[in-house]
Ligand binder design. Structure first.
Ligand SMILES: NC(=O)c1ccc[n+]([C@@H]2O[C@H](COP(=O)([O-])OP(=O)(O)OC[C@H]3O[C@@H](n4cnc5c(N)ncnc54)[C@H](O)[C@@H]3O)[C@@H](O)[C@H]2O)c1
Length: 461
């Protein structure tokens, strides 16, 4: 029976009187229906990775719901977003002409607390993608066990085509349109693709005109406006704490193991630096400018200096150039995709030689690759947990703003380690109870926590 006293309860959760085989058939039917719907009604989805993100999120959700034996009505209620906001944002350009954009905020679920998620500025932002990402935030905040729901937003624009003044006007207009639907206890945005701490500063300023000084309305702010120490490193460092928690299961530590990293931006750089500091060897690494390798381990601080001075990995004297296509199938202990979605797929999964994959990027492994890699016995630490360090420290930022008290970096990192380690232990319990892999352990953990909170709140009679 479902036991509301436990955050990771025993096997039967949301009691359903229907035989499990019914759900398996239903699962197949829903998957078919979903594929058809995808095919006929979502052909306009621009990028493959978007489609992968959407398909993978729904597939994982449905599988976790089956594992939990979730009541179908509750499942439906959890899948439908709480609120979808779509607003027109018209601004004068610097030359005086008018330009209009569409802004979105999808608020997926608030059963466990205020909704939380990034705002991205990207030409391909569309409601389906934002929807999938908002849903993913609901499960991610629940896995991390922080008191938030999930949301995501964005504006369909190319930020590189806009001047800094135009970006500020656009951000302020967007904030004016949604200010009464976000808020410290409602929905707390953060930076995402194409936005940064400056964007958050503009949102904070515009929101405060309507509601008074409210630093906790956004996270990922500049430190001078109430941002948290340690936020910049948080996702990469969280990835390392997650890896350490996983390795502890196998009696391993980072020291002495070999790592391959795709992506040397925010997440990849902090992850690589932390591996280096712990005595691990990053033997191959890539970014958009190319890939490099050194079987003895790359000197990461020297590489960061080289990249910062030259803007590229090319011509780094401490490593040899390599084919970027070979990077993901390079011999190593641990592969860390820290860049794009869908990079592990049916074309390369069979050739992957890593024993562990740590999904620092969102959706790096598509469903085909997931199956192939699992059959090969590769252990995959899923994105929904592995990269949750960023949103966890965002939560600490919000807490500090509400407390009006700034933590030092040591406290931030110490708390981050605690949250990442505890989340891993909770995922492991789910894996053990349901005899499932880490991805399903994480999804079922998140889904169960949200379902539990939803049931406790109840519905209007
Ligand atoms: N930054 C965060 O707090 C955070 C939180 C959760 C998840 N993530 C996810 O982590 C991933 C990376 O985010 P980030 O913030 O580091 O982004 P970023 O923009 O700072 O860095 C991306 C890196 O990927 C590289 N890259 C782009 N195309 C590439 C290619 N074809 N081959 C190799 N490298 C390529 C870029 O050169 C860059 O080094 C994304 O999937 C993001 O959604 C980030």
């Amino acid at each position: 029976m479902y036991c509301p006293m436990h955050s990771v309860p025993s096997k039967s959760y949301i009691y359903s009187p229907i035989h499990p085989s019914f759900f398996i058939l239903l699962d197949i039917f829903i998957s078919l229906l979903f594929s058809l719907t995808l095919h006929f009604s979502r052909c306009y989805i621009a990028s493959l990775s978007t489609m992968n993100a959407l398909a993978a999120t729904n597939r994982n959700f449905q599988r976790a719901a089956r594992i939990l034996g979730l009541d179908f009505k509750l499942e439906k209620s959890l899948l439908i977003p709480f609120r979808e906001i779509k607003v027109e944002c018209t601004i004068p350009k610097d030359d005086g002409s008018l330009v209009s954009y569409v802004g979105f905020r999808i608020q997926h679920d608030n059963a466990r607390g205020p909704m939380k998620g990034g705002i991205r500025y990207h030409p391909e932002v569309d409601p389906d993608e934002v929807n999938a990402l908002a849903q993913l935030m609901t499960w991610k905040t629940a896995v991390a066990n922080i008191p938030y729901g999930g949301a995501k937003g964005g504006i369909g624009c190319n930020p590189r085509d806009l001047s800094i003044n135009e970006l500020e006007r656009l951000t302020r207009v967007f904030t004016q349109k949604i200010h009464d639907l976000i808020g410290v206890q409602r929905d707390v945005p953060a930076p995402d693709m194409g936005t940064n701490s400056q964007t958050m500063a503009w949102i904070l300023d515009e929101y405060s005109k309507f509601h008074g000084h409210s630093p906790a309305v956004v996270t990922g702010k500049p430190i001078a406006l109430g941002g948290s120490l340690g936020r910049e490193a948080a996702t990469g460092l969280g990835v390392i704490f997650a890896t350490e928690a996983l390795f502890a299961e196998y009696g391993k530590s980072i020291a002495g193991h070999t790592f391959v990293i795709q992506g040397f931006g925010n997440v990849g750089t902090w992850a690589a630096k932390s591996i280096y500091e712990r005595g691990g060897k990053v033997i191959a690494l890539s970014d958009i400018s190319g890939a490099i390798k050194n079987p003895n381990g790359i000197d990461i601080p020297a590489l960061i200096k080289h990249r910062d001075n030259n803007g590229t990995l090319k011509d780094f004297s401490g490593a040899d150039a390599m084919d970027p296509n070979e990077l993901l199938v390079h011999e190593c202990d641990v592969l860390m995709p820290c860049a794009l979605g869908g990079v592990l797929n049916k074309d390369n999964a069979a050739d992957v030689k890593a024993k562990f994959i740590i999904e620092a990027a969102n959706h790096p492994t598509d469903p085909d690759a997931d199956e192939i890699l699992s059959k090969k016995g590769v252990i995959i630490l899923p994105d929904i947990y592995a990269n949750a360090g960023g949103v966890t420290v965002s939560y600490f930022e919000w807490v500090q703003n509400i407390q009006g008290f700034m933590w030092d970096e040591e406290k931030v990192n110490g708390e981050l380690k605690k949250y990442m380690t505890n989340a891993f232990q909770d995922i492991k319990k789910m894996c053990k109870t349901h005899n499932c892999d880490l991805r399903m352990g994480a999804f079922s953990l998140g889904l169960n926590r949200v379902a539990h909170a939803t049931l406790l709140r109840g519905w209007e009679a």
